[in-house]
Write a protein that binds this ligand. Structure first.
Ligand code: IUR
Length: 447
């Protein structure tokens, strides 16, 4: 657009009219080149929040945010082979550590850009950094090199990628405009689209341990993200998955790496293994690499059972800075992963107050306890303790006996009373076994 009046664009959206692609681009470019003032960004975000964005506006916003900075580029012959996964965040969610190498073992390329933990949510980068030597900050040339040789990498975002999102997110955070589905979609999908991938699977979680508690809102977000992804030419699919109890049995950085390695060795908990298979199967199918999601699931399963996914994880760790002997020792089946991973100074066990069946393990209570133990941070940049966290000895549906331990708390020194009380409240025991099943997938949204 030749000359643009930012107040006029804010007025238009405030009045409930739909912004055009050019208008959205002009505003987002203004954010990126600092010609829009922070107060104007805040006002526009509030107008978008209150009047909502249509699907077309959301896609236009996502595209403009993607184009606000650098995008990655890949050799022409990789076209059609680039894939990634995103999760809206859960407790004990270490799926990326397993799925990225499993996908690479299936022959696709995975340029995964992940984030750090904040407050009760864990971050994939923090988990990986508990492996001695593992580097998450790499140049785009190095990223290309790793993907060429290994097939996958998991790295942090550079400041050059989607700069409009960083600015918008910081302002959303202080203007009560975070929880708007269009704005969330723009933020998440623009960063994935900047990776220039061909296919994307989204794990949209709902439940007490998820950002979105209720399934209807999660379904709406899933639909919008699939719409925006497709609108930008990415074959996108979303799974709605339950996050009421922690995923797997480990919560905490090094503990989650340990569980990821065990899963890659074929010894992971069923719910985690199944979720990896289901996300991977849908992704390979929408990417056109498997004739159906069923066959996609078999491909991922085979990559885990034949050890090729584990070999990719090991190669990725070496390529991202881990000492080769360290990475080999970490991944060697039969070897103790804690000969490599850092371990907490103390373990405190909590016992079940009664006999019965585990009908729930409150994911949010676990997440808050793990964060307070030092596994997470309360503000950006804070140091974390890789060793601390929770090791669940039971899962939903298991029988527990009064006086028998149900959880091991890995701690630096002791367990403060408030955290003990929080964890004691997390365990829900009933007299009857709940309806069982290890799949967390509620439904698949193809859009
Ligand atoms: N994660 C993002 O990348 N963007 C968002 O808006 C939210 C989570 I909420």
């Amino acid at each position: 657009m030749s000359s643009v009046s930012f107040p006029a664009l804010i007025t238009k959206k405030r009045n409930g009219d739909q912004l055009s692609r050019d208008e959205i681009e002009a505003f987002v470019n203004g954010i990126a080149n600092s010609s829009v003032q922070d107060s104007q960004i805040g006002a526009m975000l509030m107008a978008m929040y209150l009047k909502n964005l249509t699907m077309t506006e959301t896609t236009d916003l996502t595209r403009a945010m993607m184009n606000s900075g650098e995008t990655l580029s890949w050799p022409e012959e990789w076209k059609g082979n680039l894939v990634d996964k995103h999760s809206t965040g859960g407790v004990g969610d270490k799926v990326s550590l397993i799925l990225a190498p499993a996908l690479a073992a299936c022959g696709v390329k995975v340029p995964m850009i992940s984030g750090r933990g904040l407050e009760h949510t864990g971050g994939t980068l923090d988990k990986l950094e508990s492996i001695p030597g593992f580097q998450v900050s790499v140049t785009s040339e190095k990223m290309l090199d790793i993907i060429r040789t290994v097939g996958c990498c998991i790295v942090g975002q550079t400041k050059k990628l989607c700069p409009a999102d960083s600015k918008m997110y910081a302002i959303r955070d202080v203007t009560a405009t975070v929880d708007n589905l269009g704005l969330i979609t723009g933020s998440i999908i623009s960063k994935k689209a900047a990776e220039k991938i061909d296919a994307l699977v989204l794990d949209v979680k709902f439940g007490v341990g998820a950002f979105l508690k209720d399934i209807d809102t999660a379904r709406k977000l899933a639909g919008m993200m699939v719409g925006a992804g497709k609108g930008l030419g990415i074959n996108t699919v979303s799974l709605l998955t339950s996050m009421s109890s922690p995923l797997g049995k480990m919560v905490g950085n090094a503990l989650e790496v340990a569980e990821s390695i065990w899963t890659l060795q074929g010894n992971g908990p069923d719910d985690l293994f199944n979720l990896v298979i289901e996300l991977g199967g849908e992704l390979l199918s929408v990417a056109g690499k498997a004739p159906s999601s069923q066959e996609g699931r078999s491909m991922i399963k085979d990559a885990i059972s034949d050890g090729s996914a584990l070999a990719k994880f090991c190669a990725m760790a070496k390529a991202q800075g881990a000492d080769p002997a360290t990475a080999d020792a970490l991944c060697a089946p039969g070897n103790d992963v804690f000969s490599v991973l850092p371990r907490a100074g103390a373990i405190v066990e909590l016992s079940s107050p009664e006999t019965g069946y585990v009908t729930g393990i409150d994911a949010m209570a676990c997440a808050v306890a793990a964060q307070k133990l030092g596994a997470g941070r309360s503000k950006v940049g804070e140091a974390i303790d890789y060793t601390v966290g929770l090791e669940l000895l039971v899962t939903v549906g298991d029988k527990v006996e009064k006086g028998k331990p149900w959880i091991k708390v890995h701690t630096k020194n002791g367990l403060p009373d408030d955290l003990r009380a929080k964890l004691e409240q997390a365990l829900v025991i009933g007299s009857e076994a709940p309806a069982s099943g290890t799949s967390r997938v509620h439904e698949v949204v193809y859009g």
